[in-house]
Ligand binder design. Structure first.
Ligand SMILES: C[S@@+](CC[C@H](N)C(=O)[O-])C[C@H]1O[C@@H](n2cnc3c(N)ncnc32)[C@H](O)[C@@H]1O
Length: 309
């Protein structure tokens, strides 16, 4: 039985202003916590949903079928959203939802290798049909490539020492499991820097992002979503770390701000004004109560945008 608790559920659903007859897309279906709420409110419309994780797709299909049949799930990356919906004859959408990252169920699934707390083969693929695994990265990437991803995607300040120790260890024998890697990371980080969080947290985040191309797929699919959004349609994005949030914030800023060249001019041609309005000037954060009930929600931020023309 999966144990995923949806984050910022009420806030995200309220922010989408769901229409009874609208077309909605859940870009990160997971265990359908948000999708069930969308489907309940969208009685005459349709819901499309994407997830790379096959188990999540199957479980969610059962849950959504109990509400209505007006949905279709695609077991694929949301990077394929635009072409997939065009094949379904859909060019415009009333609302998109992103709830980024992995589900708690996936982290707890021992064999998938997402957790630094339990031993498993180094894997971390959300989609088990994909080729690249954490094992490939740890055992085959060059030292400078390892340093780059640990720094860029993990913001790990000991990236150099960790990468060096990985190279030394793998010269003796391949590094095959999560706990072997945790041990190497643990020995590379000075004691004073281990106090605030688990020593392997940042490297594991970096590996997960690299294995699943998380940041580039988020950025590209968000741009596609913006291009397909109807007037009055909304996009709600829940992020869990600063790298995802920065992408969301930057794109939302770019498409909602007046071009600085014309800003302040007296009579601006309406066609030159932005097509989108930022609904959340500041991100919506979980309440203290939500954080107490679900510690995973602690770092969540919800940002919402609306098409105005
Ligand atoms: C945090 S969970 C979503 C939970 C869901 N909102 C709920 O309430 O049950 C994120 C899900 O998105 C999926 N995912 C992450 N990135 C994806 C991508 N680029 N394409 C498709 N699915 C993705 C993961 O496999 C995971 O199941």
């Amino acid at each position: 039985m999966e144990k995923h608790i949806s984050v910022l559920k009420e806030e995200a659903i309220a922010s989408l202003h769901i229409k009874e007859d609208g077309i909605y897309v859940d870009m990160t279906l997971g265990y359908a916590g948000h999708s069930q709420e969308i489907l309940k409110r969208n009685k005459k419309g349709f819901l499309f949903a994407f997830d790379k994780d096959e188990t999540a797709c199957n479980e969610s299909s059962k849950k959504l079928s109990m509400i209505s049949s007006n949905f279709k799930i695609f077991h694929t990356g949301n990077i394929h959203m635009k072409e997939t919906l065009e094949n379904e004859g859909i060019k415009e959408v009333d609302g998109f939802l992103y709830d980024l990252g992995v589900s708690s169920a996936l982290i707890d699934e021992k064999d998938r290798g997402f957790s630094y707390m339990q031993d498993a083969r180094l894997d971390m693929r959300m989609n088990q049909d994909d080729k690249l695994t954490a094992y490939e990265i740890i055992n085959n990437y060059k030292e400078n490539e390892l340093i780059k991803i640990f720094r860029l995607y993990g913001e790990e300040k000991h990236a150099g020492r960790i990468a060096r120790n990985i190279i030394i260890a793998r010269e003796k024998k391949p590094i095959t499991t999560t706990l072997e890697l945790v041990d190497i990371i643990d020995k590379s980080i000075p004691y004073k820097d281990k106090k605030s969080s688990h020593p392997a947290k940042k490297v594991f985040q970096a590996l997960r992002i690299e294995v699943n191309h998380e940041l580039e797929e988020f950025q590209n699919s968000l741009e596609d979503a913006l291009s397909m959004l109807k007037i009055d349609g909304r996009i709600a994005v829940i992020t869990f770390h600063s790298l995802e949030d920065r992408i969301c914030k930057t794109i939302f800023k770019e498409v909602t701000e007046v071009d600085p060249v014309i800003k302040g001019l007296p009579n601006i041609d309406p066609s030159l004004l932005p097509d989108f309005e930022l609904i959340t000037k500041k991100p919506i954060l979980p309440t203290q109560m939500e954080i107490l009930n679900n510690s995973r929600s602690k770092s969540a931020k919800l940002r919402v945008i609306k098409r105005i023309k």
